[in-house]
Design a protein around this ligand. Structure first.
Ligand code: SF4
Length: 214
């Protein structure tokens, strides 16, 4: 199957069957989403959503967060993965937002990546979800699912995957395609044993269509 045909089939299927796809993190403004995405590294959205209400209530702005210490933040986030590093990142991020960005979350991918705790994936999520830019954040789900379906050619790095997806997906669909692939990876094309029987992408999926060993 030609790559164009595969992309067309997959994107049309998602557009028809999953018209709404959004982040499962809870947030009300760009600052809160930035916090939630930093916290979600190596952690489930569900767990992050359990701890953010208290954090958002007590640290409602970058200014308030910048005035506290990582030790204080640690107590709010101790139940998630890597609380030590993440509490340092949150306070450092808030300080930089206040000192260098007038307390406003930047929209530029390179500027976002200057913030402590913000790598390319997080920067792409913010650019795409908050600022509606055609940015493709590649997490472990997007990386795996894109390779399995054959949207990428056994890509070796998230950056390779990002470039390949951005090259083939129409600009207006890049933002939602990120959520389509994440949700598909989270609930259907799961890491250990993909639920191919339930999956609507079978007609285009390279992994499903591969010749079976006899
Ligand atoms: S057919 Fe199977 S391997 Fe392919 S996308 Fe669906 S669940 Fe994943």
């Amino acid at each position: 199957m030609r790559k164009e045909e595969r992309y067309k089939g997959v994107l049309n299927w998602f557009a028809e069957n999953v018209p709404v796809a959004e982040t499962e993190l809870h947030y009300e403004n760009p600052y809160q989403l930035l916090i939630a995405v930093i916290l979600s590294a190596q952690c489930t959205d569900k767990r992050v959503n359990m701890i953010t209400p208290a954090l958002f209530q007590d640290f409602p702005t970058p200014e308030v967060m910048a005035a506290t210490t990582p030790e204080v933040i640690f107590e709010y986030i101790r139940s998630i993965s890597y609380p030590n590093n993440k509490s340092k990142h949150l306070v450092g991020m808030a300080k930089m937002l206040v000192n260098e960005f007038h307390g406003v979350v930047p929209s530029d991918i390179n500027e976002l990546q200057k913030l402590p705790g913000v790598g390319r994936k997080t920067a792409n999520v913010i650019a795409s979800v908050v600022y509606n830019k055609p940015a493709m954040a590649v997490d472990t789900h997007v990386f795996r699912v894109a390779n399995r379906i054959g949207l990428t050619n056994n890509s070796k790095t998230p950056l390779e995957t990002e470039r390949e997806l951005v090259k083939h997906i129409p600009e207006e669909q890049i933002s939602i395609a990120h959520h389509w692939l994440i949700l598909h990876g989270r609930y259907i094309c799961i890491a250990r044993k993909p639920k191919c029987e339930e999956c609507g992408l079978k007609p285009w999926c390279k992994h499903f269509l591969r010749p079976q060993k006899t």
